[in-house]
Ligand binder design. Structure first.
Ligand SMILES: [Zn+2]
Length: 290
C-alpha cells in the first residue's frame, strides 16, 4: 500500500535523518529503488516529473507500476508516490491518477501571490483526500536555467507565508542546483537554512538537487532541518556508467547479452547499489517504521 509522505517526513525531522526521494523512469528503475529501500528497511519516496510520466505513458501507469510492485515484491517499508515539480495542471492529473503526494511548484508563476493562491487551493484539495503537499519558494538553480556557480536563496518571509498555508513540506533554495554541480559551486548556505528554519519551525524542508553535494554538507543540512533529499541525476549517472562499462568491456556483445534483461542488468544493479549508499548517507536505513 502506498502512503502519503507526511508521517515519514515528520519522523525524519524529529530523528534528524533524511528521507531519500528518488525519481523513477520506468518499471526497472522503480524495482531497483524498492529493492534498495526494502533491504535497508528505509522509508522511501518514489517521485516522477510530468516529463518522465509522459515517457512512461502517463501518471496512472507510473502509479500503477509502483503500487503493483510494492504489492508483488512484498515491500514492507512505507512508500510514497510523489509528483515532482508539478505545474498547477499536472497536480490535478496526478491526483486523479492516485498519487499519494504532490509537489506544486508555483515558483514559476508570474507573481508570488499567484503561487500563494494556487498552493492554498492545492493544499485544500489534497488534504481532503489524504494527499501530502510540497510547495516551493523561489527557484532552484539549474544549469539548464543558465544559472552558473551559485543557486538561488529563498526569502525566509516568503517561506513562512507558504508554510502558513498548511503545506506538509517545503522546497526552498539554499544554494542548491539541479543536475551536476559546477566546479566553482559556492556550496549550500547553512545561514539561509537556519533563517528559514527559524521562521518555519518543525516543517520538514526539502533539498532539491541532491546529486554531487559533499556527503558531510548534506548531513549538516539534515542536522539543520532538511528532511527530504531529491535525487535524480545521481542514479542516472550510476546507471549510465555501469551500462557504458558493460559495453566498453565487450561483455555486452557476448552470448545472449542482447537480451534486455542481461544488457540492462549491470545498470539496474548499479542503481540498487547507489541508492543504498545514499540511504545510508542520509541516515534513514532502519527507519522503516520510525
Ligand atoms: Zn527539484
Amino acid at each position: 500500500m502506498l502512503v502519503n509522505a507526511t508521517a515519514m517526513l515528520q519522523a525524519a525531522v524529529k530523528g534528524h535523518y533524511g528521507i531519500a526521494a528518488f525519481n523513477t523512469n520506468d518499471l526497472e528503475w522503480t524495482r531497483s529503488i524498492l529493492l534498495a529501500a526494502e533491504e535497508l528497511q528505509a522509508p522511501v519516496i518514489i517521485q516522477c516529473t510530468a516529463g518522465a510520466a509522459s515517457w512512461q505513458q502517463g501518471f496512472k501507469v507510473v502509479k500503477d507500476v509502483v503500487e503493483d510492485l510494492v504489492d508483488y515484491m512484498n515491500i514492507t517499508v512505507p512508500v510514497a508516490m510523489h509528483l515532482d515539480h508539478g505545474s498547477y495542471e499536472d497536480c490535478f492529473k496526478a491526483i486523479d491518477a492516485g498519487f499519494t503526494s504532490i509537489m506544486y511548484d508555483g515558483s514559476h508563476e508570474p507573481t508570488f501571490e499567484m503561487n500563494l493562491e494556487r498552493t492554498a487551493e492545492i493544499v485544500k484539495l489534497c488534504h481532503g483526500k489524504g494527499i501530502s503537499v510540497e510547495a516551493e519558494v523561489g527557484g532552484i538553480g539549474g544549469v539548464e536555467d543558465g544559472v552558473a556557480s551559485s543557486g538561488e536563496l529563498a526569502d525566509p518571509d516568503e517561506c513562512k507565508a507558504i508554510a502558513d498555508l498548511g503545506v506538509d513540506f517545503l522546497a526552498c533554495g539554499i544554494g542548491n542546483i539541479h543536475g551536476l554541480y559546477p566546479d566553482d559551486w559556492a556550496g549550500l548556505s547553512m545561514d539561509r537554512l537556519a533563517e528559514i528554519k527559524a521562521k518555519t519551525g518543525d516543517l520538514p524542508l526539502v533539498l532539491h538537487g541532491g546529486t554531487g553535494i559533499p556527503t558531510a554538507m548534506v548531513q549538516e543540512a539534515i542536522d539543520n532541518g532538511i528532511a527530504k533529499i531529491n535525487v535524480n541525476t545521481d542514479l542516472q549517472v550510476a546507471m549510465a556508467k555501469a551500462t557504458w562499462d558493460f559495453v566498453d568491456s565487450g561483455e555486452a556483445k557476448k552470448g545472449k547479452n542482447y537480451d534486455p534483461r542481461k544488457l540492462l542488468k549491470p545498470g539496474f544493479d548499479a542503481i540498487v547499489a547507489r541508492a543504498k549508499e545514499l540511504i545510508v548517507d542520509f541516515g534513514c536505513d532502519g527507519k522503516g517504521w520510525a
